[in-house]
Ligand binder design. Structure first.
Ligand code: HEM
Ligand SMILES: [Cu+2]
Length: 556
């Protein structure tokens, strides 16, 4: 099947400034999934840098006891906007951006099902992010009620400024954006797969994005509802969360965490997909247990909708044993995935390139994040460490050591596909080393201070409680981590300046995106290769090795 179309030749544009303006307009008005994917990823990464600067400010303040740099009011805005940015404007949208770029390529489609809706999603996300940051210019400053925005703290009586209103509207826009992208991805995978691309031949990343999209469709509407009701309370005289007039603040927590917990999986599942694309390629082996992996993904998705109230153990208003048991059960399918990854590497010819280094760093960090999660799922322990740095460290092991490490793995792996050029391997390894050491230096001490009782969300702490040394180590670690990110930015600049062409398939990839040029043409494929297994590009390279059973149709 050929879907080549000659692009109409546009007459030569003589004036370079005219051409540059033309290129800018083209990017701003694009509906091409690859361009939108790049816009998403660049915007999300920009938010990572801004959120990271806020984190450095926080660590600067906490390096020593005594209040040195920020008022408690400013500090509250910093951790709130840091958390909000990292979760809603960086980690989740980066996964969606990657999906925008990769899913149509991986299934052999020319674009997403609804290209214009796709552009709308991106612009809603960008506008939402902008609104949240505009809060810094509002009277009373940006939102400061934590990334969870719990009522009644976020009610107008306690936080009257416009920062929270902008935060609510901004988050609602990003929620709508997420819902539209979810719809688009589900439709694309359902309807636009190339001939031969059955469901059981979908690359794991695409499977994980399909699953993530379904979670998005279930979890985002409740949070948009929670936030809209909060806005009604704040500005239109509602009393939904106001206990004094018959409202219920616990309702806010239910609605928020009905999204909030699945959000963790909206963040992490795309990156489970990323690592599962990377490990087989760099182990020179097919994925161990494809079916088991997909089933585990579906099980995680289903369970993730049933655990939200483990964030509410201490309210006394939920069924703790039920939510504890469901939370612990998630460890089982997650453990299945760990075995998938480890047995794929087992006996493989591992090549320790930068994407693989980040993937292995993830395995270490995420294991610690996961195990401490099971510990926290026990209500009797949670009662002790709720709202301490133990929890802060736990979720950073999942989000930063987990998801963000795989953002870097994904960038190093697919950058050659996006741009046609390679990043520098030496700088990549240095980035990894600094980030791995810096990350663990930052967050391991937080387990220690957490167990010693240090609460989160405080601008200062007394010096007599054993908090000083771990906090200092943690702040130094965050500097090392930042240095790692800086080396990455240098790598970007150096590689874009002195270009080393990558070719269509620099790593010996397995999935369909490696079968087209780098970057791919506007319509993605001049020819979609025959798809007879989960590794069509591998089959193309090694017809002699193609799985003898691979020609058989496996019905979806
Ligand atoms: C770049 C490295 C990072 C550092 C050094 C860092 C540091 C911190 C610190 C010290 C706090 C605690 C503030 C407090 O409770 O007083 C915090 C809170 C938080 N961080 Fe990070 N963080 C980083 C990356 C991330 C990432 C990648 C995510 C998520 C994807 C994230 C999500 C959060 C959230 C949700 C909070 C809670 C905010 C709140 O209490 O409302 N962080 N971070
Ligand atoms: Cu949770």
């Amino acid at each position: 099947m050929s879907i080549t179309a000659e692009r109409p030749k546009v007459g030569a544009t003589p004036d370079p400034s005219h051409r540059r303006r033309g290129a800018i307009v083209e990017w701003l008005t694009t509906t091409d999934h690859k361009k939108l994917g790049v816009l998403y990823m660049c915007t999300a990464f920009f938010f990572f840098l801004v959120g990271g600067l806020l984190a450095l400010g926080i660590r600067l303040e906490l390096a020593e006891p005594g209040q040195q740099f920020f008022s408690s009011h400013t500090y509250a805005q910093m951790f709130t906007i840091h958390g909000t940015t990292m979760i809603f404007l960086f980690a989740a949208p980066f996964g969606l951006g990657l999906a925008n770029y990769l899913v149509p390529l991986q299934i052999g489609a020319p674009d997403m099902a609804f290209p214009r809706l796709n552009a709308l999603s991106y612009w809603l996300f960008a506008a939402g992010g902008l609104l949240i940051f505009l809060g810094f210019g509002a009277s009373g400053g940006a939102a400061g009620a934590g990334w969870t925005g719990y009522a009644p703290l976020s009610e107008v009586r306690w936080t009257p400024g416009a920062g929270i209103d902008l935060w609510i509207i901004g988050l609602t826009l990003t929620s709508i954006s997420g819902i539209l992208t979810g719809l688009n991805l589900v439709t694309t995978v359902a309807l636009l797969r190339a001939p031969g691309m059955t469901m059981w031949r979908l690359p794991v990343f695409t499977w994980d994005m399909l699953t993530t999209s379904v979670i998005i469709l279930m979890a985002f509407p409740p949070v948009a509802t929670a936030l809209s009701l909060l806005l009604i309370d704040r500005r239109l005289g509602g009393h939904v969360y106001d206990a004094a007039t018959g409202g219920d603040p616990i309702l806010y927590q239910h609605l928020f965490w009905f999204l909030g917990h699945p959000e963790v999986y909206i963040v992490i599942l795309p990156f489970f997909g990323v690592i599962t694309e990377i490990i087989p390629v760099f182990s020179r082996k097919p994925l161990f247990g494809y079916f088991g992996f997909i089933l585990a993904t579906l099980a995680i998705a289903a369970l993730s909708m049933t655990v939200w109230a483990h964030h509410m153990f201490t309210t006394g208003a939920v069924d703790n044993p039920f939510f504890s048991a469901m939370s612990m059960m998630i460890a089982v399918p997650t453990g299945v995935k760990f075995f998938n990854w480890i047995f794929t590497m087992w006996g493989g010819k591992i090549s320790f390139k930068t994407p693989m280094l980040f993937a292995m760093g993830f395995l270490f960090n995420f294991l610690i994040g996961g195990v401490t999660g099971v510990i926290l799922a026990s209500p009797s322990i949670d009662f002790h460490v709720q709202d301490t740095y133990f929890l802060v460290s736990h979720f950073h092991y999942v989000m930063m050591g987990g998801a963000a490490f795989l953002v870097f793995a994904a960038i190093y792996f697919w950058f050659p596909k996006f741009t046609g050029i390679k990043l520098r391997e030496s700088l990549g390894r240095l980035t990894f080393a600094l980030m791995f050491v810096g990350f663990n230096l930052t967050f391991w001490p937080q387990f220690v201070v957490g167990l010693r009782g240090m609460p989160r969300r405080i601008v200062d702490y007394p010096s007599s409680l054993g908090y000083d040394t771990p906090n200092l180590v943690s702040s130094i670690g965050s500097g090392v981590l930042a240095l790692g990110v800086l080396v990455f930015l240098i790598d970007l600049v150096v590689s874009l300046r002195r270009r080393v062409p990558a070719g269509g398939d620099p790593w010996g990839g397995y999935s369909l995106e490696w079968a087209t040029s780098s970057p791919p043409p506007e319509h993605n494929f001049d020819r979609v290769p025959p798809i007879r297994s989960v590794r069509p590009t591998f089959d193309l390279r090694h017809p002699e090795l193609a799985d003898p059973g691979a020609g058989k149709e496996v019905s979806p």
